[in-house]
Design a protein around this ligand. Structure first.
Ligand code: SAM
Length: 311
């Protein structure tokens, strides 16, 4: 009979030695799970739906079913999600008001072998949501952190925006006060990557007004409202058109995706001509005409056309 080892007392090096030893092989296979459960456990970062409950992944459900504890931004909200999925696990609240002082006790529980899943009210935890102090503390304590990916409003909006996706800058929520917001927008104005913002329905109109003042009203953008929900709406256009389309008091949750700044005035003019002509003509003709009008090499115009929003 292989001897019974107390795996809780082994260091990770001793642990690998035990698993590598042929005499222990059978015992180790049998106790691998027990052994894993007794080493510092794992923190799972579990993404949940941003509206449509069918968007939860099979892996997210399995993880939520198997962990010992679920740390949730709002235990009542997550409780409803779990109830619908027929999952009954202990819940603990971890929100922006208590996360700093709750981190230490969660780290102690992880060290003692408690597997924990972190969820927020919607989407991916830590993305404009609680969890950052806990993840940092886990890294500092060498506790494994495993992502269980899924919905995220910013990526969902970007993927349908029709704006360049090769480089993007997620800026989170704008400041609430107008003067701070304008200063903040000033710092983003020359950003050439596609810009993504979260904004509440109460402030979106004021933010769009400030954006037009700082970026100009012709900057192209897309506003995604109520993604994955019954009244999902995608508005494409200039900042001015989007503000008009939303009206003064829009309802629901909103992501704003804004085209990055064009690098220089010559490129800006080229983009403007191309956008107009590509909307009316086949690409070859639009490129030839733009090149003639602006006296630019066709190849330069063609390269720009390949990245144009009209394709
Ligand atoms: N962690 C979330 C994620 O992964 O996207 C974001 C949480 S943040 C507190 C909430 C903001 O995300 C909302 O104010 C809105 O800007 C955006 N958002 C969340 N769900 C959305 C949806 N279904 N449609 C549009 N925007 C959404």
């Amino acid at each position: 009979m292989p001897q019974k080892l107390n795996y809780t007392e082994l260091t990770s090096d001793q642990l690998s030695e035990e698993i590598d030893s042929p005499d222990q092989e059978v015992a180790c296979i049998g106790v691998t799970r027990e052994l894993i459960m007794h080493t510092p456990a794992t923190l799972y970062i579990v993404a949940t739906p941003i509206g449509n409950l069918n968007d939860i992944s099979a892996r997210a459900l399995t993880t939520l079913r198997q962990v010992d504890l679920i740390a949730a931004e709002d235990t009542r909200h997550t409780g409803r999600l779990l109830q619908q999925a027929g999952i009954r696990r202990p819940l603990i609240a971890l929100h922006e008001h208590n996360e700093r002082h709750r981190v230490q006790s969660l780290i102690e529980r992880l060290r003692a072998g408690t597997d924990i899943a972190l969820v927020s009210d919607a989407g991916t935890p830590l993305i404009s949501d609680p969890g950052y102090p806990l993840v940092r503390a886990c890294h500092a304590a060498a506790i494994p952190v495993v992502p269980i990916p899924g919905p995220c409003a910013l990526v969902t909006a970007l993927s349908v925006s029709g704006l360049p996706t090769d480089a993007f800058y997620f800026a989170g929520f704008p400041p609430h006060k107008q003067s701070a917001r304008r200063t903040w927008l000033d710092t983003l104005c020359q950003q050439t990557a596609t810009l993504i913002l979260y904004e509440s329905n109460h402030r979106i109109s004021a933010t769009l007004t400030d954006m037009q003042a700082v970026f100009g009203s012709e900057r192209r953008a897309m506003c995604a409202r109520e993604l994955t929900k019954t009244f999902e709406t995608l508005l494409h256009g200039t900042l001015q058109e989007i503000q008009a389309g939303l009206g003064p008091q829009p309802k629901g949750e909103i992501v704003l995706v804004v085209a990055g700044a064009t690098a220089d005035p010559e490129t800006a003019e080229l983009v403007r001509y191309l956008d107009i002509l590509l909307a009316e003509l086949p690409r070859k003709q639009a490129v030839a005409l733009t090149a003639r009008l602006l006296q630019l090499p066709k190849n330069q115009v063609y390269q720009q056309a390949l990245g144009s929003r009209s394709f």
